[in-house]
Design a protein around this ligand. Sequence first.
Ligand SMILES: N[C@@H](CCC(=O)N[C@@H](CS)C(=O)NCC(=O)O)C(=O)O
Length: 209
Amino acid sequence: MPARYRLTYFNGRARAELIRLIFHAAGEEFEDNRIDTGSWQQLKPNTPFGALPILEFDGLVLAQSLAIARFLAREFGLAGKARFDEALVDSVVDTSNDILGDIVKIIFNEDDKLKRENQKKFVENILPFTLQSLENMFAKHGKGSGYIIGPDLTYADLAVFNALDQAVQAGLVQWQFFDRYKHISGLLRRLEETPRIAGYLKTRPHTPY
Ligand SMILES: N[C@@H](CCC(=O)N[C@@H](CS)C(=O)NCC(=O)O)C(=O)O
């Protein structure tokens, strides 16, 4: 039987990887439809906003990576419990998405000088400031659970993991960079050891970004 959900994106992590991580963390089946640029030109006019990723299910189509991630997180119980917790979770996801935006801008910058400047600013200022802010969120809202908005795993944890993983995969920092942030490094270890996530990380396609 075909999977209920079909996620369409290019063959890369970028704006689809958080969605893939949500599926894997929840243990939900989906079709990971990775298309090439030729197929994209045909599909583009038939997508809601002319961009990927899109999620198709039950005859419906949803676009915008964060809208898809939030929808699935709610469906799978990974969005936070109380209304304010949901908002805190979203605030962490949006912060992680800002980091991802910075990474994408650096990777695709064709001006070498500007690229180097942005990379320096990212590694020396933006990333440390954001990591410390996330540490503060753990201390205040983690409830000693090891998850950023405790007591349970939410898609905020996956979003933090994803943004930092993409920073490492892009060669901007190494994993050791996070060691001095005790809550974050603990979370990264815990997620990497979670069987469903570990299984995916081992088998996912190798792509440059
Ligand atoms: N805010 C959107 C951005 C979507 C976006 O820019 N997608 C790019 C790939 S990362 C795309 O579809 N590019 C192909 C095109 O615009 O034709 C999201 O998060 O989904």
